[in-house]
Design a binder for this molecule. Sequence first.
Ligand code: ATP
Length: 365
Amino acid sequence: MATVSFREATRLFPGAERPAVDRFSLEIGDGEFMVLVGPSGCGKSTSLRMLAGLEEVNSGSVWIGDRDVTHLPPKDRDIAMVFQNYALYPHMTVGENMGFALKMQNVGKEEREQRVGEAAKLLGLEEFLNRKPKALSGGQRQRVAMGRAIVRQPQVFLMDEPLSNLDAKLRVSTRTQITALQTRLGVTTVYVTHDQVEAMTMGDRVAVMKDGILQQVDSPLALYDTPRNLFVASFIGSPSMNLVSGQVTEGGVLVGDTVIPVSREVLGRAGGEQVLTVGVRPENFELSETDEGIALDIAVVEQLGADSYLYGTPTGTGAADDLTAPQIVARITSRRPPQVGAQVRLAVSPDYVHVFSPTTGERLS
Ligand code: ATP
């Protein structure tokens, strides 16, 4: 079984004040596609490199199946890694690049050619097998890098930002190809990205990291619907969740001149905190026909075709041009949105209000 397990794995670089990865624990299932995501410097590549054997583990351990691989050299771990820069050998053809690792393992020529041929077919690379990498497009090089990993038939695929050198359109199509390929091959995969859209669309589960510390690991939808803290709430989702702070009052939290509804039960969990942070995703607002809901002075309207984004400041929280006043964005499914300068009312159901403690950042709802 190619499960992967990080057990309190820690990496402290010499001279650093705090660990780049701090007591990282994560269980990855056999055949699972796990994405590690977080902003630059959060420790996701270091975690992957500890699993690959390219980075020392200072304390804790790393397991593949029932093997403790913490101190094994990379070649003995039965993994294959796809790097950001693909790391293809420029003097070798595509076929030789793909078969090189097998040659090093003394796999015979016939079997090598067969495995390279199968991978090339799977990836649509058959016509390029005799070309050198420099005669390929970026997308084709990316596929060769994938092919090189596939022919090794490893227990685990490790991928570190494998799409970052592709243009936006190719990134989307390659993203779906990798997902389909992984489903077909069923090989346990650990995939690193800083892009939350990639994380949400590709991962069976997603592990969100910040400052070397795992924040939450969950299915994409669970992360979206119940982010455990303010960091995850604002990191997952685009545009970001609206987060505003306000005084606790009867029935909810007061933002500007409006009470955002919060259940008594959730307010009870606040433990006497008088100011709470409430979060609402842009698509969970609705234009209200009544005088209920947050009054918003619209500063900007963006039309995206099917949807429109309304940006503005809740009335009573500051002037529209006050950069310190909270900004709200609402996604409205209308081709005829209200105009700049208009005031609208945005209603939200209590079911869609996320509540956080501003002191600990933890979710209360
Ligand atoms: P990015 O998306 O920018 O690659 P990341 O989340 O993958 O970021 P890491 O590369 O894992 O982050 O780095 C985590 C922290 O460890 C950072 O603060 C980084 O500066 C530090 N770090 C990484 N490699 C080394 C090294 N070889 N020596 C010292 N510090 C390092």
